[in-house]
Design a protein around this ligand. Sequence first.
Ligand SMILES: Nc1nc2c(ncn2[C@@H]2O[C@H](COP(=O)(O)OP(=O)(O)OP(=O)(O)O)[C@@H](O)[C@H]2O)c(=O)[nH]1
Length: 240
Amino acid sequence: MERMESMEPLSAFYTTAYPEIQPESGYGSGDKTPPAPAPAYDQELVHKTILVGDSGVGKTSLLVQFDQGKFIPGSFSATVGIGFTNKVVTVDNLKVKLQIWDTAGQERFRSVTHAYYRDAHALLLLYDITSKSSFDNIRAWLTEIHEYAQSDVVIMLLGNKTDMAGERAIRREEGERLAREYSVPFMETSAKTGVNVELAFTAVAKDLKSRAIQHPTEPKFKIHEYIEAQKEKSSCCSFF
Ligand SMILES: Nc1nc2c(ncn2[C@@H]2O[C@H](COP(=O)(O)OP(=O)(O)OP(=O)(O)O)[C@@H](O)[C@H]2O)c(=O)[nH]1
């Protein structure tokens, strides 16, 4: 089943992705020159974001839900190869361009997807809360990510299919514990109902934008705290 357009790996788009910005002068050592303002965010930057995880955990469904706001039920047709969808997320009144790559979870495509890790800026790693094996494989996925991706890649762990509460095999706390162990943010999602789908991508977009304009005088964006704050803001229990 052909789900998405495909394209050669991205390279030229992102030549100036995260420039290292040095202050011209610093506060605190008698120098009264105000620090240089943070550089403007380049809204033409394209942030390459990749969905990974075992076959059937819901990567394609998550992307379709985020992109089109719908869930297509029915028989499962595994992704073959890799394809991408462009999506613009508005954060803090700025447009953040995400190029979201949907990879095939099946083992036989693994060597293909590894090649895409290297220039990834973010990786959303999914397991299925009804599948213990997909959760057990997360450590292997993280090992691969650490082997092939850049060390500063943004990683988020997602436990998908929360609408299938009756078939839950992995408790939320287990997901949280694993995420803590690897110091990555975590949330549970449902590609079917849309719970937390938008938040997952928005949090990643915010983090990517913040890294792209990171200025030494400004506090770093803390993705964990952002997610927690959104959770508190929520009137009901849709988070986690
Ligand atoms: N109930 C429920 N079903 C889901 C959810 N997400 C995905 N599914 C179903 O799970 C099956 C697999 O979903 P896909 O999105 O194709 O999974 P994938 O991770 O892209 O699989 P590969 O392409 O093989 O890597 C499909 O039958 C989906 O309808 C969800 O959140 N809730």
